[in-house]
Write a protein that binds this ligand. Structure first.
Ligand code: UDP
Length: 470
């Protein structure tokens, strides 16, 4: 049977990176498996992936985009809704309902942030699957810490605890756990409840990345979970790899030319994802640490927080010029073609904030990582990278909290230098990490090929037409 799998990817610009990119890729994966795939979104979000979908429309696996618009005379505009994941998008309920009634899809994958959409989908008896943007490991850490009421019994935020009941020994502190675990809110409770009432969860991961945790989710947590990733592997052409999320604001050809002039594994790529804004003070520490490490690099700076133009000129422009003159590094402010950079053979390491997508993309580029978590579930993902998979070194970020709020402790230049040197050294340790990550990447490729675990999971999901035979 062929299903009309409809996907809701109504996400904002701010969470647009980490949630929207894999949702669009998942739509492609569904389409390649023969499902009629529709991405439901808003006008401003559609602009970010329209080009790549238009290319798909010329292929054998067409995908449609269904744009929901807000009713006239409402105060919330589409661009407002693009401001962040917490923004209430429930104004789209009526247009969504109309679409669902008219098209009656066989199933719908809903991003967890659209907490208003669950009731209407359930009322219409359309099988609802949740997409939460994360893997099995973070899920097990969160569920087990909650179940054993661990956080409530700690004497301080910095007291270490071992997450109970897991296959590996994972040590964390309360200040490294996601905010919704420390301060549950109506918002987070609703998201949890909607996931519990759903048919199951679609997970952008693959079995061999985290087998013990995939089994744990399925058998011990008793959740239906389809592991269908890494969905980024569906981007095969240079255009697709270039235009994920947004149009790059940098000239990717000059970036690739520069990489072409470098030796294999000699360049470090640094990015903190689509959301983080770096305060000037931290930026300086990174710059000094990088210079002291004498390492070639590409650094995607993104947005800078709380700085005057003078200060930016002083640090970045001077540093940037010096690095360019020495042919040491490139600095980009804006949106980079991350997949193209990571997959270039000159890139031998990735300094990452451990967002789930970046983690998978690092794995799929076969590069070890220097981990620098900031917020969300990133500290948990760091443990997966460094303690479970052993494909990374920690830079030394200790405490949860977005840089935006300026309450995060700075990571000093010495730590940056040390982590970079460790990661990029021509040492047996680095070679070991490289061998391990490359072998995980081989497993990832196998997972998405015919007969692989992710291939089979997506196939099984498309086959099941009702909650009963899933
Ligand atoms: N990304 C990109 N170019 C950039 C910054 C980010 O293509 O300049 C992509 C990156 O490849 C990844 C996503 O944005 O697919 C970021 O998702 P992740 O889960 O790593 O972090 P988040 O942005 O959600 O914190």
């Amino acid at each position: 049977t062929r299903g009309n799998i409809v996907k809701a990817a109504l996400l904002s610009k701010r969470s647009g990176g980490g949630h929207q990119i894999p949702m669009v890729d998942t739509a492609r994966v569904f389409a390649k498996h023969g499902a009629t795939s529709t991405i439901i979104t808003t006008p401003s979000n559609a602009l970010q992936f329209q080009n790549s979908i238009t290319r798909d429309q010329k292929s054998n696996h067409p995908i449609t985009i269904q744009i929901l618009t807000t009713p006239e005379n409402t105060e919330v505009t589409d661009t407002d809704m693009s401001a962040g994941p917490m923004i209430d998008t429930s104004i789209l309920l009526e247009p969504l309902k109309q679409f669902l009634v008219q098209h009656r899809p066989d199933g719908i994958v809903v991003d967890m942030f659209h907490r208003w959409a669950g009731d209407i989908i359930d009322e219409l008896k359309i099988p609802r699957i949740v997409f939460n943007g994360n893997g099995c490991f973070p899920r097990c850490v969160i569920e087990n810490t909650r179940k054993h009421v661990v956080l409530e019994n700690l004497s301080s935020d910095s007291e270490p605890f071992i997450v109970p009941g897991l296959p590996d020994i994972i040590e964390m502190t309360r200040s490294q756990t996601p905010i919704f675990m420390r301060n549950p809110s109506q918002f987070s409770d609703r998201i949890k409840q909607l996931e519990e009432n759903s048919l199951g969860t679609l997970i952008n991961s693959f079995y061999d990345l985290e087998p013990a945790y995939a089994d744990y989710v399925r058998n011990k947590l008793g959740k239906k979970a389809w592991l269908v990733g890494p969905v980024s592997l569906c981007n095969r052409s240079v255009e697709d790899k270039k235009e994920r999320g947004k149009q790059p604001t940098i000239d990717e050809q000059s970036c690739l030319n520069w990489l072409n002039s470098k030796k294999p594994n000699s360049v470090l790529y640094i990015s903190f994802g689509s959301v983080a804004r770096v305060p000037m003070k931290q930026l300086k520490e990174i710059a000094y640490g990088l210079e002291a490490s004498d390492q070639s690099f590409i650094w995607v700076v993104g947005k800078i927080l709380n700085s005057s133009k003078n200060e930016e000129d002083w640090v970045l422009d001077k540093f940037e010029r010096r690095m360019k003159e020495m042919d040491k590094g490139l600095i980009f402010r804006g949106w980079a073609p991350q997949l193209l950079i990571l997959e270039h053979e000159a890139v031998g390491g990735f300094m990452t904030h451990c967002g789930w997508n970046s983690t998978l993309e690092g794995v799929c580029a076969g590069v070890p990582m220097a981990t620098w978590p900031l917020s969300a579930e990133q500290f948990i993902n760091e443990k997966l990278i460094t303690d479970v998979l052993r494909i990374g070194v920690q830079v030394g970020s200790r405490e949860w909290g977005s840089w935006d709020e300026e309450r995060k402790e700075l990571v000093g230049r010495e730590k940056v230098e040390l982590a970079v040197k460790k990661l990029m050294a021509e040492s047996e340790d680095t070679e070991e990490m490289r061998r391990r990550v490359k072998s995980i990447f081989e497993n990832a490729k196998r997972a998405v090929e015919e007969g692989g675990s992710s291939y089979d999971d997506i196939h099984a999901l498309i086959q099941c037409k009702t909650s009963l035979d899933c």
